[in-house]
Design a protein around this ligand. Sequence first.
Ligand code: WT7
Length: 631
Amino acid sequence: MAWLLTRAYCPRALPWASRCLCGLMKVRSWSQGPLTAYMPEAASFPGARDHQSLYKTSVEQGDAFWGMLARSRLTWITPFHSIQDCDLRQGRAAWFLGGQLNVAVNCLDRHVHVAPDKVALIWEKDEPGEEVRVTYRELLEMTCRLSNTLKRLGVKRGDRVTIYMPPCPLAVASMLACARIGAVHAVVFAGFSAESLADRIRDAQSETVITVNQGLRGGKVVELKKTVDQAVKQCPGVKRVLVSMRTDNQLPMTALDVLLEEYVFDYQDRDVFGCVADIGWITGHSYVVYGPLCNGGTTVLFESTPVHPNPGRYWETVERLKINQFYGAPTAIRLLLRYGDEWVKKYDRSSLKVLGSVGEPINKEAWEWYFRVVGETRCPVVDTWWQTETGGICISPRPSNPGDEILPGMAMRPFFGISPSVLDDKGNVLLGNNVSGALCISQAWPGMARTIYNDHKRFVETYLAPYPGFFFTGDGVYRTSEGYYQLTGRLDDIINISGHRLGTAEMEDVVNHHVAVAESAVIGYPHEIKGEGAYVFIVLKKDSKYMEETLAAELRELISKKIAKYAVPEYIQVTHRLPKTRSGKIMRRVLRKIVENKASELGDLTTLDDHDAVQQIIEGHKHLVERQKSC
Ligand code: WT7
């Protein structure tokens, strides 16, 4: 079954070239100064004197703009002969045609030539105070050795390699080693269950898995190798499992296992880019690994959690590693806010220059706290909107532009080369300000996804067909009266739990597998900390003798096992019927209103076939919430 995008990237392919450009510009944009200091290339565009005119150039003369940056900032093996051949109507997006580059060379070799001893990675291990620094030279060595191991084991150009590892230097080296030999890496978030991992391995037809014996997270041991062993049992195509020893615990080896040797690191002090995202998500790809390394920056690999060993962990890390840019998720900010200001104020945060937020809309309270308490009103907060499919940041404030306003909870302005449009549900472009609708992008940009692995048809259907001529993001947006962009949430049946996107259909599928379940509907509801939580409605099979509590416990276990722990729903409501239209479609908007406690605003119910069902669900919801509160 393939319900999620298999996030498998081919680093040799061109999108990474541009993703790196986006990463680079973003990092630079965080250092204040004149436009040409931040982007010297602006000097070649006579009309571009400030951010606004440079943005205009980037959209109106996209070819010249991206061509200039690609030539000046990347090392090409073969130079490209044309900048792009894109037609969103035809489902075609090709950039830098004829060009060939190796992203690992751009991330490593280029910098090793000029500053081999500069720190590339700081691995902020689970236990505070045990950080490990890896220089560019060491990372190159590690990457080359791993490339050779992969080659020796038979991994070839175009082969898929699944990486199931926590953030650690070897995980980055594994990504870069794949890139170096032209293999495609699919980094699977190490919080995913054996079933989810197996699904992704099969989807990518991956013969190789790289993992560690055990992970450590929040002081707890995570049995990664055991999970891999379980997953691999369901994947006959897997030929080898490369295992690195993260802890001293020797585990039984299987016939597929290849043990990787450990490395020696040296220690140095430099400036640091602190993106605390896991490398298993796109933020980790673009802003922990490829963006910072392509720019010769120093990047932090954060292995732990925001509350281990206590809620001061982020700020203690900022103090110890002297982090300059801190990039995190609203869900963590909301969690930390609850513990109070003392945990923040205890630590010296004077190294911080910019605070970033990503993954979901950041509410005003969290934004204000981040800005006032964490950044002492000194550091601009950049609420960066983007998604896996865009490769890099697309809408975000640009604090490097003197005088630019930043408003709480708003992604504000499109980034260079991005032309956002707001469309209504009939596909009309809504011009002017003070409008809301679907967020689409009207022009191709180099970092955009170009296909879904092995399923181009699905790519076109999901992103290009809904609004012909536009790239559809799946998000709702409001363009304010000042022309700023404010994201309003997903328009499709996707929920965003703690910044992790999850299809409701995926969870329904798992729930429906339970013997007692006849049908189900999963709805997202606003959650104070997680942004959204999952609320599951269940209709039992007629002969089911299950107690509600037993069923709920079994379903939670099933979701944790088949999807991931973070996806486990707080509310599971058993009901006799689900509200449906006469044609049999579940009326999700009705359920959504109920779980948002807005039962008085159910709207037009003319197509509803059973009004009693809705009343029963409203009552059941009230009881469940009360029961849960009293627990
Ligand atoms: C979805 C993308 C972007 C990397 C991490 C998640 C939501 C992301 C924001 C923001 C409002 C946001 C959107 C988007 N989202 N950033 N600043 N404000 N919503 O990547 O898993 O591909 O999820 O996250 O709904 O489509 P992803």
